[in-house]
Design a binder for this molecule. Structure first.
Ligand code: DGP
Length: 252
């Protein structure tokens, strides 16, 4: 059995998926053939950011290459500052122009993502192109127009959709401060996510749906099970593909 499979099955046997565990000290961390691109998606305040942090810690424990966490939008870049002004400071930007800004914000990181994956680092993304489509199409922009801007980005190896009823996050602290935090809008976003989920299933790239309406530990356990299977397939030489396109980057 290859070392990754050994490590993963050891974890499964221990059945202690509730904490960000280091592996047994007698097992060395794994040198991955290539890293995995793992995306967490969901409605606002569904717990993505907490789970991304926990997943990063766990990946740190099982891999020799340092995993990385990316959050989209990245509000620190020049496009990200414009996006922040739109989301949090009430600045007006045309709906299609802001869609392009969000997409550009992802493209800025695309070369870095590909290089890191090929160097063996896993990448955890807090939102990706699917949010780009869902939030813009919920405003009435045609879904296919929204998709085109992100065609060719590195394709995720795993999409985890943290599923939660649209009204459930309303009670969370400071909900409502940003532009999209309204239950009626979140309901429309959820409808588009469901449409996208169906489309991805039909093209053979099904998402893993995680019930986010559970304790942090239960959500983390479900995520870890899906991530284990994904790491195994990346380590067996699955190439880095391009999203919604035929191009792929050869495996190392
Ligand atoms: P977050 O920092 O994850 O809370 O995201 C900020 C807000 O921006 C949130 O309401 C979701 C929304 N959002 C994230 N990505 C995109 C995108 O690509 N396009 C649009 N229109 N909205 C997005």
């Amino acid at each position: 059995m290859d070392p990754l499979c050994a490590a993963v099955s050891l974890e499964k046997r221990k059945r202690t998926h509730t904490l960000p565990l280091p592996l047994s000290p007698c097992l060395p961390a794994i040198s991955m053939r290539r890293g995995a691109l793992i995306v967490l998606e969901g409605l606002d305040r569904c717990g993505k950011t907490t789970q991304c942090g926990l997943l990063l810690e766990r990946l740190r424990a099982v891999s020799t290459a340092e995993p990385q966490l990316l959050k989209f939008p990245d509000r620190e870049t020049s496009t990200g500052k414009l996006i922040h002004g739109y989301l949090a400071e009430g600045q007006q930007v045309h709906d299609r122009a802001v869609h392009l800004l969000f997409s550009a914000n992802r493209w800025e990181k695309s070369d870095m993502i590909r290089e890191a994956l090929l160097a063996g680092s896993c990448i955890v993304c807090d939102r990706y192109a699917y949010s780009g489509i869902a939030f813009s199409a919920a405003k009435g922009i045609p879904l296919e127009w929204c998709r085109q801007c992100d065609v060719g980005l590195p394709e995720p190896d795993l999409v985890l959709f943290l599923d939660m009823p649209p009204g459930a996050s309303e009670k969370r602290a400071s909900y409502g401060e940003e532009r999209y935090e309204r239950t009626d809008f979140q309901e429309r976003v959820k409808d588009v996510f469901q449409e996208l989920q169906q489309q991805e299933k039909e093209r053979g790239c099904p998402w893993t749906i995680i019930n986010a309406d559970q304790s942090i530990e239960e959500v983390q356990r479900d995520i870890n099970l899906a991530v284990d299977a994904c790491l195994e397939s990346c380590n067996q030489g699955k190439p880095v593909a391009s999203l919604w396109s035929d191009e792929s980057t050869p495996a190392p």
